[in-house]
Design a protein around this ligand. Sequence first.
Ligand code: NAP
Length: 260
Amino acid sequence: MRMHDKVAIVTGAAQGIGECIARRYVEEGARVAIADIKLEAATETAKKLTAAGPGEAIGIAMDVTSEKAVNDGVAQVAERWGDIDVLVSNAGIQIVYKIEDFPFADWKRMLAIHLDGAFLTTKACIPHMYRKGGGSIIYMGSVHSKEASPLKSAYVTAKHGLLGLARVVSKEGAEHGVRANVICPGFIRTPLVEKQIPEQAKELGISEKDVVEKIMLGGTVDKQFTTVEDVAEIALLFAAFPTNALTGQSLVVSHGWFME
Ligand code: NAP
């Protein structure tokens, strides 16, 4: 088992990509905290994962935009399991508007969840990793860490920002054996994306079918959605990789939508 006895915190893991990453880690023997704004859903997910084993999971309440909630949640995990070996900063939302219509409050909310959340969880977890002499921090970026799309100014700005944060953390963390990397998925049919299909159809004045076939999958090599399982496999690679050889990187998993 590649994560036997490792302790991981995955934010936004009550559902979607985070849930699948947490499941993959538990399959590999990890102890995983499902940190989500929805405690009840996080606890339900944790119960399912623990029942499947061989690792175990707990649900914890964490709004990643609140410094207190992040610090309390991380302290709770450290108290229960002693260490924190892996952080997956995954919680995220999507809000789409043309830039001239983008409400400032929504812009700030987007940056708070994606960027403040990544910063606050990193800041809270990294002392535990330094104390132990190692750790892996994984940020959930997107193809939108490298590419732009209309209507997504806040999302694209935030996802680009995560590349910078990961590079700084990889430089600061190296002497302590702490690595930082970014996963950049293409479109995956999670609730976050299902919600966007009618919204984008409305904003762009096209059909929902065209949003899926032209906007979401138009650039892929095979018109396929990426899956949560694809992303979880990369999250396992980054979490279990044993040396600083793999740090400061971003890996695109998108059916060729974006090629570097
Ligand atoms: P999802 O299914 O909506 O799951 C995200 C989870 O995060 C939800 O449980 C959500 O709760 C929770 N959350 C929202 N705000 C939070 C906060 N402030 N603190 C803690 N948890 C919070 O989304 P997903 O598709 O799995 O996306 C996960 C990550 O992958 C995001 O960072 C997203 O940008 C990125 N991503 C997604 C895709 C895609 O195609 N799906 C592609 C590239 C990157 P609520 O349901 O209450 O909001």
